[in-house]
Design a protein around this ligand. Structure first.
Ligand code: IPE
Ligand code: IPE
Ligand code: MG
Length: 254
């Protein structure tokens, strides 16, 4: 059954933990990289559907800091896929701006260069921003944010220059030093592949996100599954710590 979704209440920012590629391939007697390849097709379909629905930010967990400890051949297959999938016209066709977050310095030089070029080429696209988390983990991100806040040599921190005091460190200052400072926090976080955990993804930013877990392996995740997740999100009441009555009153006075 196709889920009805309310087009006036589409989540502005969806974050995805795209999990299950390896198990999907294993079920077919294929190497894990075959699953990653199939996962790229899912990225194309879901990106196109998100732009159609009016999602403004789509953040995709593509390669975690912890994934560096996978076998070398799997890591290099993944790097190859990142490189080849950035070649395609998906960004221009869908008017999508591309951004990357993560510890990019650890990536091979050709991948780093391609990422920078794709960010530059797509900088003027404004239907949706696709953010790819590569060599990313939330603890790494928070650690580097703290380092930058206390680093008096960083010119970007001009107002905080000189002797940083405890009162300078606010939630806004921390948020603005995270990799994600250019976008709002996710409204909805979807994890495919059956695991019910966040695996070091956006720990600060998902404080009030709605979480949705499904068993479908990422290569099988389709537009209908996305609609199901959005419909589920739309049935929830986001209270941000307030009471149900308060939220209903706020909605009535809008
Ligand atoms: C997610 O799929 C993609 C990456 C982490 C790069 P997995 O490769 O983790 O697939 P499973 O979880 O082993 O099935
Ligand atoms: C999370 O998946 C990372 C990505 C999807 C890129 P993992 O497969 O690495 O997570 P764990 O190991 O099951 O927690
Ligand atoms: Mg996995």
């Amino acid at each position: 059954m196709n889920e009805e979704i309310d087009m006036t209440r589409i989540p502005r920012h969806i974050a995805m933990i795209m999990d299950g590629n390896g198990r999907w391939a294993a079920e077919r007697g294929k190497p894990r990289s075959y699953g990653h390849q199939a996962g790229v097709d899912t990225v194309r379909r879901i990106t196109a559907e998100c732009t159609r629905l009016g999602v403004k930010f789509l953040t995709l967990y593509t390669f975690s800091t912890e994934n560096w400890s996978r076998p070398a051949d799997e890591v290099s297959a993944l790097m190859g896929l990142v490189l080849s999938s950035l070649e395609d016209e998906i960004f221009m066709k869908n008017n999508v701006r591309f951004r990357v977050i993560g510890d990019i310095d650890r990536l091979p030089d050709d991948v780093q260069q391609k990422l920078r070029e794709t960010e530059e080429h797509t900088a003027g696209n404004d239907t949706m921003t696709m953010v790819v988390a590569l060599s990313y983990s939330a603890r790494w991100e928070i650690t580097q944010a703290v380092k930058r806040i206390i680093d008096e040599r960083d010119p970007a921190l001009h107002p905080l220059k000189m002797h940083i005091q405890p009162f300078h460190v606010t939630e806004d200052v921390i948020s603005s030093h995270l990799e994600t400072s250019f976008m709002p926090d996710p409204d909805l976080l979807i994890r495919t592949g059956g695991e019910v955990r966040v695996s070091n993804f956006l720990l600060w930013q998902i404080a009030y996100s709605e979480l949705y877990f499904c068993d479908t392996y990422w290569p099988d995740f389709n537009e209908q599954d996305l609609h199901k997740a959005i419909a589920d999100y739309q049935r929830r009441q986001r209270r941000f710590g307030k009471t149900e009555d308060q939220i209903e009153n706020e909605n009535q006075s809008e």
